[in-house]
Design a protein around this ligand. Structure first.
Ligand code: NAD
Length: 283
């Protein structure tokens, strides 16, 4: 089974569009997402375009704040502070990576935790690991949603996550654990990675190396979630999984493009609605 992230994402966005119209009626305004981009990095520009497009599609308020590559850290922090204090702003996102002269840690911590739609603020990360109410990071949240939509049972299953980054690997592992999977986190120092992966009923690859996961990594019938985004020499977008080789072995698989990627943006929309509701109901 191919898990069609694009289609699932579209139907979730259609439902949110209707929900947002109802929220506007009920609360007298729409959820508002502000996206900040620094500089002209083409990949960042493309991601941001997708986020703004989804914002418009779902009927949110908000817009893009564009700052030049040489903007000072102080100016960026002042811009964030302004948005933190704006009662009509529900979500703030600063597109990463930032230029070297700006501390990403400082910027992430400067965004008010209640408006942190990316779920990267240390307070939200801590709350996730403490099982407290928090804003979940978008890509991990999207992966769990994809597994749910595809009817993949997580409870009691063995899951292997390849990659231990703070934004994908670790939080995905925590969310799978919360769904009662038994989780192994593999990484660049894992010995005999293929054998470790072959144990998995659910295999999540979040590495950033094209076609690294071959058929020998996959237990027949396993659900394979490909988070990787890589460009081949001829500019083609591919994941971490050798899709053609793994497709006949896997029980379910996400394609790249059209799998996890669209879900990440859709979960950003979901988080914006959740931030809006938290703020409106805690006033
Ligand atoms: P990262 O570079 O921070 O982490 C990569 C991880 O892979 C590390 O923990 C490292 O230990 C592990 N690793 C590296 N080489 C390995 C090897 N040979 N064997 C086993 N493990 C190895 O990357 P990240 O931010 O977690 O992103 C991972 C991939 O997911 C990237 O391709 C990124 O572009 C993509 N990504 C996609 C989305 C999406 O929305 N689809 C979102 C975020 C990241």
């Amino acid at each position: 089974m191919i898990i069609d992230g694009k289609m699932i994402s579209q139907s979730l966005k259609d439902a949110m569009k209707i929900e947002v119209d109802a929220l506007a009626e009920q609360y007298g305004r729409r959820p508002c997402l502000m996206v900040i981009i620094v500089g002209d990095n083409p990949a960042s520009r493309s991601y941001v375009r997708g986020k703004i497009k989804a914002t418009e599609y779902c009927g949110f308020d908000g817009h893009l704040v564009e700052l030049p590559e040489d903007v000072s850290e102080a100016t960026l922090l002042a811009e964030i502070d302004k948005l933190n204090n704006d009662p009509l702003v529900d979500g703030i996102l600063v597109q990463l990576p930032l230029p070297k002269h700006i501390s990403e840690d400082k910027v992430i911590a400067a965004i008010s935790a209640e408006k942190d739609v990316d779920g990267f603020h240390p307070e939200n990360v801590a709350r996730l690991w403490l099982n407290q109410h928090c804003i979940l990071p978008c890509t991990p949240k999207g992966i769990i949603e994809l597994l749910d939509q595809a009817g993949v049972e997580m409870a009691g299953k063995k899951a292997v996550v390849i990659g231990r980054s703070n934004i994908v690997g670790k939080p995905v592992a925590k969310l799978l654990l919360d769904r009662n999977a038994t989780v192994t986190i593999a990484h660049s120092r894992t010995k005999d990675l293929a054998a470790v992966c072959r144990e998995a009923d659910i295999l999540v690859a979040a590495v950033g190396r094209a076609k690294m996961v071959t058929a020998e990594y996959v237990k027949p019938g396993a659900a394979v979630i490909d988070v990787g985004i890589n460009r081949t020499e001829d500019g083609k977008l591919v994941g971490d999984v050798d899709y053609e080789a793994v497709l006949p072995v896997a029980g379910a698989i996400t394609p790249v493009p059209g799998g996890v990627g669209p879900m990440t943006i859709t979960m950003l929309m979901r988080n914006t609605i959740e931030c809006f509701l938290n703020r409106m109901n805690n006033k």
